[in-house]
Ligand binder design. Structure first.
Ligand code: MN
Length: 443
């Protein structure tokens, strides 16, 4: 199976180059007053069990501005005649490196990363105290690095500002190089989903699907961007199911929501297919409706439209379809509700999508339907379109006809907004019923 993936993928694009990161730093600093200091911290290392840690994932803001991918690491932007980026890193330490891995150290960080100055993290406190003395504004995200939080709290009378106020507007528009990485991420995830469909046979466990998908990611030096969801039967109706420990049975649909990361850039795909390779009539009715809504949602991803346009588009199709199938017995107005909060929400209870980038639920969206904060779509933005319908047999809060009971369907693609309309980055992952029925179990 790995040969098939390898040949289909082509060359992996290069990581974002230093000149692009330098431009990001300049654009960021241009939005701050000269008396400001911005402290961009890394994500903490989480404990998994006793002295075993979770695999560390860099902070997206830090990676966006400096490309830093190691543990710890703090970038500080300060104005000293001109804007400077000072990166604090762990110093070389042969003993520690022998146990835990090599470090670039203070000198290695200066030559290897696009920063102006480097400094040992051991000197963080005195450096920051000096920089924060008589400062106008401090930009800092609280809660990631307790050492930095403590220093900032002691030095400041007022609350610090959120650097996301500047950086989110930048991150929401993807450059050509970022789109290339996201396209590769989408290609790899697409092929992982195709492999899972091909290998699927009755009696397999959800975890087998997970291992095929995540095996493809690992094989290509990637990893999941978020924990993979593989839910068969009623598990498909649980939005954030993640146990992945049931056997997949004849007559079940299986919903797989899985994506990977390339240089930090996420893909996010959901596909739903029958474990035995053939949709039942009821499954087909629901699947076709969700697919129709999803295509309408993608079509609504037009530059100049508010972000909520795609949610309204999918909602209208789903509400009308639920009435047509006899699942809702009311007018379209009632089904939709005044604020898209009507009866159809019993079966479609989540949003239609989210921005996608260095974070799977990426920054920059604002609140849908809120004129003040809502994002207007522009070329270079990447969003997911992922309507779904869920008829959990286990639910007792709503009446569900046995015909639909146990059906959960979500279809999710990643969409790039361009001047010429939406481009589906995950187009290599099949979603038409005929394509899926031909693929499932075909290996
Ligand atoms: Mn998603």
């Amino acid at each position: 199976m790995y040969e098939r993936v390898t040949s289909a993928l082509g060359t992996r694009p290069a990581a974002i180059n230093h000149s692009e990161m330098r431009q990001r730093q300049q654009d960021f600093c241009a939005e701050m007053t000269k008396g400001s200091v911005a402290i961009i911290t890394n994500n903490p290392v989480g404990i998994r069990s006793a002295d075993v840690h979770h695999r560390h994932r860099f902070n997206s803001y830090l990676h966006y501005l400096t490309g830093w991918h190691g543990k710890e690491g703090v970038a500080v932007f300060h104005h000293d005649g001109e804007w400077k980026c000072r990166l604090f890193v762990r110093p070389r330490d042969i003993k520690m490196e022998t146990w835990n891995g090599r470090r670039p150290g203070v000198e290695g960080a200066l030559t290897g990363w696009p920063v102006d100055e480097t400094e040992s993290r051991d000197n963080l406190k005195e450096n920051l105290e000096e920089l924060l003395n008589d400062v106008e504004n401090v930009y800092h995200i609280h809660g990631l690095d307790s050492d930095v939080d403590e220093i900032v709290e002691l030095a400041l009378q007022e609350d610090s500002l959120n650097p996301g106020e500047i950086l989110d507007d930048m991150r929401v528009i993807k450059s050509e190089a970022e789109v290339a990485l996201m396209q590769y991420s989408a290609d790899l995830a697409s092929h992982a989903h195709v492999e899972a469909m091909r290998e699927c046979v009755l009696g397999m466990g959800e975890w087998h699907m997970q291992s095929i998908i995540e095996g493809c990611f690992l094989f290509h030096q990637s990893q999941w961007a978020y924990p993979s969801i593989v839910g068969s039967g009623d598990n498909a109706t649980i939005l954030h199911y993640g146990d992945n420990n049931d056997v997949m049975n004849d007559g079940d649909l299986v919903l797989i929501d899985a994506g990977c990361e390339i240089d930090g850039y996420a893909s996010d795909i959901t596909r739903t297919f029958p474990v035995n390779g053939k949709f039942t009539d009821a499954q087909r009715d629901i699947y076709e409706l969700v697919l129709k809504a999803q295509i309408a949602g993608i079509e609504a991803c037009q530059a100049g439209s508010p972000w909520s346009a795609m949610h309204h588009a999918t909602s209208r199709v789903l509400a009308a379809g639920l009435i047509e199938l006899g699942i809702l017995d009311c007018s379209l107005e009632e089904a939709l509700g005044e604020d898209f909060d009507g009866q159809y929400r019993e079966y479609f209870m989540h949003g239609t999508g989210h921005f996608l980038g260095l974070d799977v639920h990426d920054v920059g969206g604002g609140r849908q339907g809120d004129e003040e904060s809502e994002r207007i779509l522009a070329p270079g933005m990447v969003i997911t379109i992922e309507p779904g319908l869920y008829f959990g047999a286990w639910r007792d809060d709503v009446e569900i006809d046995s015909k639909w009971s146990g059906i959960g369907v979500r279809i999710e693609d990643d969409v790039l907004v361009t001047e010429d309309g939406p481009v589906v980055l995950t187009a290599k992952c099949p979603k038409e019923i005929t394509e899926i029925e031909a693929l499932v179990g075909s290996n």
